[in-house]
Design a protein around this ligand. Structure first.
Ligand code: UDP
Length: 269
């Protein structure tokens, strides 16, 4: 995406030359700064429209997402129809390089949230934190408010991705008058939740953020910066949460599939 495209409407930004298909999943080759500008622009435009513009979905794609999308057509469709898909996970960044269309950098939900909170505080945009275990979204909000004075938290709620809870959550969101919604239900539940409710979500942007609230609230320790820079955050997480080993088998599997099929017809989005 060019800067003009970053600042364009979501539908115009999809499938631009600055996107690459990784095993059928669209990845937008943007910097974190461009992703932040895009999200801020959606908020500004929706406000300027009197809150009439529809919600834009943002997905932070890691290798587990791509492998799940290969066997889950609804999840694949949700990601490919999203307004912006950023490469979370060093494996996805590596795949874009291997495919000759490199993404500039890794962009995680855990990094985007504070950067967005800072912009929300500066412009008076309202942030809603949905999901995670009871109390975690509240603790995240408290830490963000301490770090970014003036930040308006439109609401926090654990809820659940169960369709039976949907109406109650939507009612809360309507009352909250938020601009930006972060949803922490883990993938693929959070992306499917946002996707099926997209036309009814009363916010400018909704983004699935996985375990980000667990880190930002201090409930879980994130890998040190040095590990992150070396692309080893996954290893740190595996060390601290060994039960993840089965899920993380998706990583070597993902690398092998990219090598053997990534450049073939299977890479078509
Ligand atoms: N979660 C939730 N409700 C659910 C399932 C998950 O609130 O029904 C939350 C969970 O508490 C955690 C997040 O969703 O905060 C998912 O975290 P995980 O570490 O699995 O996500 P990842 O970062 O691996 O995508």
């Amino acid at each position: 995406m060019s800067v003009e495209q970053v600042e364009s409407t979501p539908s115009q930004s999809r499938g631009s030359p600055r996107s690459v298909s990784v095993l059928g999943v669209r990845i937008d080759r943007v910097t974190q700064e461009e992703a932040l500008t895009f999200i801020e622009e959606q908020i500004r435009r929706r406000r300027a429209s009197g809150n009439r513009l529809p919600c834009s979905q943002v997905v932070t794609v890691n290798p587990e997402f791509v492998m799940e999308a290969r066997r889950n057509p609804a999840f694949r469709q949700a990601i490919n129809e999203a307004a912006l898909n950023v490469p979370d996970g060093i494996g996805v960044v590596w795949a874009t390089r291997y495919l000759g269309q490199p993404a500039p950098e890794r962009i995680t939900g855990t990094d985007l949230i504070p950067a967005l909170a800072e912009r929300c505080a500066a412009h008076g945009y309202r942030l809603y934190l949905l999901g995670a275990a009871p109390g975690v979204a509240e603790a995240t909000a408290a830490r963000l408010c301490a770090r970014f004075p003036g930040l308006q938290i439109a609401g926090t709620y654990a809820g659940s991705p169960d369709p039976a809870d949907e109406e109650a959550i939507l009612q809360r969101l309507v009352a909250a008058q938020a601009d930006l919604l972060c949803v922490a239900y883990g993938a693929p539940a959070q992306e499917l939740w946002i996707w099926r409710n997209l036309s009814r979500l009363p916010v400018a942007v909704a983004m699935g953020v996985g375990g980000a609230f667990d880190f930002l609230s201090g409930r879980k320790k994130r890998a040190p910066r040095a590990w992150q820079r070396l692309g080893l955050e996954w290893l740190y997480r595996l060390y601290h949460e060994p039960w993840r080993w089965r899920r993380m088998l998706a990583l070597p599997h993902f690398a092998l599939v990219v090598i053997f099929k990534g450049r073939g017809r299977h890479s078509e989005a």
